[in-house]
Ligand binder design. Structure first.
Ligand code: CP3
Length: 381
């Protein structure tokens, strides 16, 4: 924890950990010990230190959607390969996941996949349409439709296991974050049939057919947890549960019809790896979301981190929350806003610097690289 940031230039690829990585002696695919990530002071990863609620050598940084269309090298390898096909090819998944790690020197990698991959893997007819998002051929709206959702088995996503193993080998000391969509966000795509602004059908099902809704959420919680477990078993060292669209819900609906199933997913991973939970526009829900049990709360760009800490409780590490749009402004603005975020995070037990949502496709990769360097040098201790 003591090496100054200057010894680890942000522009270099991550160096392998000195000595055996915690957990590396566990045969790949075997269950990991269900304890211990909290008890590893001296772990070389500032990201994992922040998850434990410690101030490590510097404030760690990663960006949601750090892999993707903002990178020319991503567009090159994706040429002619449909999105979901790219997620099923371990060679491409490893390459695309590594691209932002090499270029930005971020403190964690996020697994290149998509929240709808496990739904495709259990046989649902869906696609990701560029510029639109996930589109479901036959939406799920009745009790009979819910029956089409079978549990996810590790063999359904063998390519995920293979890709995670490959990544763990390349990443060395840099942790890989696995992820899944939370039951509500998955349900919203399945019920609406695609992206939606008002999520009206989803809310109508939730309120009008609570038993069908509960059955749908129960199955999705199982799928979401199983998808995370596959990634953790293969070597992911943290997970993020994305409830991207939960912010469309009033607090009372969230608490009654969503939180119990998010809690179920998070409980399945308890003690194995740190769990991060994030959604967009969730300022009003932060306390309830925190109640679902994640170790770290992700905060979107609308709520200053010091205010978020008042809502979730001062003991919880937070992740966030520079507005993604700021990256498109001139550098002095980026610098000022990044410093503001760091200032608002000063009293937190642990802070993971991130954007308030994903990297926008129009972002300049050089600005993101400079931002990582700024956060590292500003916070080196
Ligand atoms: O770098 C990373 O963050 C890792 C990869 C990642 C992708 N999707 C790759 C992707 C992650 C973590 C996701 C999660 C995801 N997918 C979420 C939750 C995160 C969030 O942003 O709130 C959601 C809601 C989805 C659904 C989804 N998939 C959308 C809305 C889109 C964008 C559609 C578009 O074209 O505008 C996708 C497609 C997608 N997922 C892309 C990438 C890199 C872009 C598709 C492409 O490059 O062709």
């Amino acid at each position: 924890m003591s090496s100054p940031v200057a010894d680890v230039p942000a522009s270099l690829p991550p160096t392998p950990a000195a000595g055996p990585r915690p957990g590396s002696s566990v045969p790949v695919g075997a269950s990991r010990p269900a304890a211990g990530w909290r008890d590893r002071p001296g772990d070389p990863s500032p990201f994992l230190a922040a998850c434990r609620g410690e101030r490590g050598s510097w404030t760690p940084v990663w960006f949601m959607r750090q892999a993707g269309r903002s990178l020319p090298e991503y567009r090159r390898v994706r040429e002619g390969v449909p999105m979901l096909e790219s997620c099923a090819r371990p060679d491409l998944v490893v390459e695309i996941t590594m691209q932002p790690v090499r270029r930005y020197g971020v403190d964690a990698a996020i697994f290149y996949s998509d929240i709808v991959v496990p739904l495709k893997a259990i046989g649902l007819d869906l696609d990701i349409v560029q510029g639109v998002g996930p589109v479901i051929a036959e939406p799920i709206r009745t009790a009979a439709d819910v029956e089409r959702l079978r549990p996810l088995e590790p063999d359904d996503v063998a390519y995920v296991t293979e890709a995670v193993r490959g990544l763990v080998g390349q990443l060395g000391a840099t942790p890989l974050i696995g992820f899944a969509g939370a039951p509500f966000t998955l349900a919203s795509y399945l019920v609406e049939g695609g992206p939606s602004k008002d999520h009206a059908r989803t809310k109508a099902l939730m309120l009008g057919e609570p038993a069908v809704w509960a059955a749908l959420m129960e199955r999705l919680a199982g799928i979401s947890a199983a998808f995370l477990q596959v990634q953790v078993d293969a070597g992911a060292r943290a997970v993020q549960l994305f409830d991207s669209w939960a912010g469309v819900l009033p607090r009372r609906m969230y608490a009654e019809h969503v939180a119990p199933w998010s809690a179920q997913v998070l409980a399945r991973l308890e003690g194995q790896v740190p769990r991060i939970h994030f959604g967009v526009g969730t300022g009003e829900l932060l306390a309830d979301m925190a109640g679902a049990g994640a170790d770290v709360m992700g905060v979107d760009f609308r709520v200053p981190l010091d205010e978020a800490a008042r809502r979730v409780g001062a003991e919880r590490p937070l992740q966030g929350n520079l507005d993604s749009a700021v990256v498109l402004a001139p550098w002095p603005v980026v610098e000022r806003e990044a410093r503001r975020v760091l200032g608002e995070a000063r009293e937190l037990p642990g802070h993971i610097f991130n954007l308030g949502h994903g990297v926008l496709p129009a972002s300049d990769p050089d600005v993101l690289a400079r931002l990582v360097e700024l956060v590292h040098t500003e916070t080196a201790r």
